[in-house]
Design a protein. Sequence first.
Length: 243
Amino acid sequence: MQLNSVRSSKWITSNKRSAVRGTGDVFELVFTQAIPQQVTADYALENLTWTCNFSVTGSQFRSCRARGLLVSTPGKVVIADNVFESSGSAILISGDANGWFESGAVKDVMITRNTFKSPCMTSMYQFCEAVISVFPIIPQKNVATLFHRNITVTDNRFELYDYPVLYALSVDGVEFSNNRLVRSYDFEPFHHRQSGLTFEYCKRVTVRGNTVEGEVLGNTVKLVHTPGKEYKTDKNSFFKIIK
């Protein structure tokens, strides 16, 4: 059995011998090997060998105040050829062991050939940092130990009336490439984020090959505790780093 520590984002491999149901929601796990010393009473663990792959294609997401999709599985994720008109974030990639205690980190997410229409991000209900919001709920943030891995957003169409397109927190390996950004005037911009792309505590960031139609507002990139050397882009990129 492979275990993921949701608190530290580190993976622990151990051989499970038995699991015994206790009273209420308590289980007793017995291992054939000693548990690593860094695993303490305040850690949350998930069984990575019992998590699923996820694929959604050819679907429509409408009239959802919170978000279109909530994704949080370490399996292979493919989100392709869909139409999003959800009023919150179109896609939220979360991760939490501090509130709902429901999920760990993603490892392989492909978001491609989708259309994100202007109703996306007309609500600020919850975790609505951008059209695509990568927002794990983690108590300690640093670039030495990152939570999510390998998220690719490529070949999509975004119809944007406001600034934020992608917000990514604590990701090792995030790509935003070959997307078409189209200015929409369906709604008035109101979001507190004034950058199209924000990368906070991230490594291995790639932004390339994106094109625009009309006066798209979010033409800047904000790097928050993300080293400049970790950011790769085109020579004449539409997105300019905020100094």
